[in-house]
Design a protein around this ligand. Structure first.
Ligand code: HEC
Length: 109
């Protein structure tokens, strides 16, 4: 009886861990999909910048110049725009923008 209880506990814990991992992977995927749909045209799938984006003045998002900016600064640029960078404050939810900032952090070399 005791061992069955332990097995159930271990199984439940394993299920919970897998579930949580899947959830965070899903959030990361959603941000990646959003980035590819809305941002990659100018910033490139890997953040280094498309030919068009670079011409418009976008900086390589993987460099220290951009990675050195705080989350608040990045959030502000995405929300309110900057130069030729369009603003997304009206079309995206704050959680989406937060996810995009996290996705930009994955470009860091
Ligand atoms: C139409 C092209 C275009 C699109 C689409 C675009 N950006 Fe930009 N982005 C720019 C340009 C140009 C700049 C540089 C602005 C400046 O410094 O004058 C920029 C700047 C930035 C910066 C600050 C770093 C830098 O290069 O100065 C971040 C962060 C950023 N964009 C994120 C995003 C995200 C996230 C999205 C998608 C939601 C997005 N951008 C969509 C053109 C674009």
């Amino acid at each position: 009886m005791k061992t069955i209880g332990l097995k159930v506990f271990v199984t439940m814990t394993a299920i919970a861990v897998v579930f949580l991992l899947a959830l965070s992977a899903q959030a990361q995927n959603a941000s990646e999909t959003l980035y590819k749909a809305k941002c990659a045209t100018c910033h490139g799938a890997d953040g280094t910048g498309s030919a068009m984006g670079t011409k418009m003045g976008a900086h390589d998002l993987s460099t220290a110049l951009v990675q050195g900016m705080s989350d608040t600064e990045l959030t502000d640029i995405i929300t309110n725009g900057k130069g030729k960078m369009p603003k997304y404050g009206a079309s995206l939810k704050p959680e989406d923008i937060k996810g995009l900032v996290a996705h930009i952090r994955t470009f860091k070399k």
